[in-house]
Design a protein around this ligand. Structure first.
Ligand SMILES: *Cc1c(COP(=O)(O)O)cnc(C)c1O
Length: 225
């Protein structure tokens, strides 16, 4: 596991890069939420990150989210972001522990989340397969408006934005067309938030309007297998 000193150095570096990207885009730093992706790391790492001042954590797996939510219950101010694909049978864990869900793409999952949610509505991003990749999660851009209308009929969810995972590429610039397309679709649908950008391309995402960047490796190093 990463040391507190290395985490602090990584966080300072990521923060500087976020600020510089915001400056290039003439956007305030406060317009971008850094979501620290802690998937597959132990709860002790999340606690270290909390000690370093991080409060927004991203988890991919519903049971892992449930366990870390429990383990970190004494840490104030934590906001949990469920960012991975979700099966209806696991929706209960996300409904209970998460503040934000970034990967909504199935009505069945939306229905189950709404049914299980108590308290404040769960803030949701609809995942879009902007590049039309056969193997990728997410709705086709043309399906998004009708899907959102169906989700909005449910009581305990609030659709506030769109999310995408562009095709993997070593060149961050390769993600720019996907980010631009997602931002354009969000504008057309009057959605305020954009969850886009990871370690490889978060600066480009911020330049294209990301309100939430999901960064793991740049903060915590390689994940355990
Ligand atoms: C793992 C993951 C991330 C973080 O990826 P890094 O390259 O480690 O920054 C972001 N978003 C999703 C959906 C992920 O699964």
């Amino acid at each position: 596991m990463i040391s507190a000193a290395d985490l602090s150095a990584n966080l300072a570096d990521v923060e500087r890069r976020v600020v510089e990207a915001c400056t290039r885009a003439a956007r305030p730093r406060a317009a971008v939420q850094l979501v620290a992706v802690t998937k597959r790391h132990p709860p002790e790492l999340v606690r270290l990150a909390w000690d370093a001042g991080l409060r927004h954590f991203g988890e991919n797996y519903a049971q892992e989210l449930r366990d870390k939510h429990q383990a970190l219950s004494s840490c104030g101010g934590v906001r949990w972001h469920a960012i991975g694909p979700l099966q209806p049978k696991n929706a209960k864990y996300v409904a209970k522990a998460a503040h934000v869900f970034h990967a909504l793409e199935r009505l069945e999952v939306a229905q189950e989340l709404s049914r299980r949610r108590t308290g404040a509505p769960l803030q949701c991003f609809v995942e879009v397969n902007v590049a039309g990749e056969a193997s990728k999660a997410g709705l086709a851009p043309a399906e998004v408006a009708a899907f959102i209308a169906q989700v909005r009929a449910l009581p305990n969810l609030e659709v506030t934005g769109l999310m995408c995972m562009p095709p993997l590429d070593d060149d961050p610039e390769a993600s720019r067309p996907s980010f631009k397309a997602l931002a354009q679709l969000a504008r057309a649908l009057a959605l305020e938030h954009l969850s886009m950008g990871t370690t490889g391309d978060f600066e480009v995402a911020i330049e294209e309007g990301a309100t939430h960047v999901r960064v793991g490796t740049a903060l915590f190093g390689e994940r355990p297998a």
